[in-house]
Design a protein around this ligand. Structure first.
Ligand code: GDP
Length: 295
């Protein structure tokens, strides 16, 4: 992934390489390439504008450092700004003072929400934090079964009340059960729709109200680019998210979503999904991602 973006940046660097002075004219040209690279990677326009303006201010104000060529200096500025855009450092998962920590999973159908729920549970167990998963997606019968199957596969308990119960009630009872059983973290999987609709948002808000989560994680499909920006905005405005999980980062993504989520919501990407397998979850590191983008 990110090949196109890296290639674009490459051409910007080539123009700066070999110049012994960083001039306003060659900065402008390199900035145009950076802007084009980001737009081609399907980064949200508003995010691109803010990013380019910041790089420009930094580059024009930069002292020419002896022994460092302007191209390298410019790359460093872009690298630092990309890292900043994605949140500087890895943001850890919340841990409630009194167990259980409650994590609410939100997102559209097909983004990998249910898979991410199981991935997260497994990740927690590896950190010696016991987990329980709660199946509230009663609209898609297969979703409850899917979570139960995943639970069996990784030996993590799943709380469900079938598909006739009210999702808010399932969530409430699931969290109560986790508390009773002395579970460290309870992850509530919720229903996703094909697109954002008022009923879905209202139900999610009710579940949030009922279980008072320590984390609301938006599951975002990295392949969706611009759409990811709109999705993040809607969920953050209507529900309030505390972070995101970017899934399908193993695919042929243009990388736009990774750059938009933080800028739009102010909340960090905490994990990335890098495959269909339940082990395929990694903590998100902004600096590593910036290096990967710059190639
Ligand atoms: P949900 O509707 O949001 O709960 O989505 P699912 O968890 O059912 O996932 C939808 C599809 O995406 C399934 O085929 C998953 O195997 C696949 N999937 C989920 N996460 C990833 C990922 O990180 N990488 C890849 N390649 N596929 C994923």
């Amino acid at each position: 992934m990110f090949e196109a973006l890296s290639e674009r940046f490459d051409s910007a660097w080539k123009k700066l390489r070999g110049q012994d002075k960083i001039s306003e004219a060659n900065i402008q040209e390199a900035l145009r390439d950076v802007r084009r690279a980001l737009l081609e990677a399907d980064v949200n326009l508003q995010v691109v504008k803010a990013f380019v303006a910041e790089v420009q201010a930094q580059a024009l104000g930069a002292e020419v450092v002896s022994g460092v060529n302007p191209g390298q200096q410019f790359i460093k500025i872009v690298n630092d700004e990309l890292t900043k855009l994605m949140g500087e450092t890895n943001a850890p998962l919340a841990k409630a003072e009194t167990a259980p920590t409650v994590i609410l999973m939100a997102g559209l159908q097909g983004t990998g929400k249910t898979t991410a729920t199981a991935k997260l549970a497994l990740h927690l167990r590896k950190e010696s934090r016991s987990a329980m998963m709660v199946a509230t997606d009663v609209y898609r019968p297969a979703a409850v079964d899917q979570l139960i199957t995943l639970g069996k596969q990784i030996d993590i308990p799943v709380f469900d009340l079938g598909t006739d119960a009210n999702p808010v009630e399932i969530a409430r009872q699931g969290v109560a059960k986790a508390k009773e059983d002395g579970i460290d973290t309870v992850i509530v999987d919720t229903a996703g729709r094909l697109q954002i609709d008022p009923k879905m948002m209202a139900e999610l808000a009710q579940i949030k109200e009922a279980v008072q989560p320590d984390e609301v994680l938006l599951v975002v499909d990295a392949m969706t680019g611009q759409e990811a920006a709109n999705l993040t905005r809607s969920f953050h405005e209507e529900i309030g998210i505390t972070g995101a999980i970017l899934t399908k980062m193993d695919g042929d993504s243009r990388g736009g979503a990774a750059l938009s989520v933080r800028q739009i919501s102010g909340q960090p990407i905490k994990f990335i999904g890098v495959g269909e397998k339940v082990e395929a979850l990694q903590p998100f590191y902004p600096d590593r991602m910036a290096s990967r983008i710059l190639g």
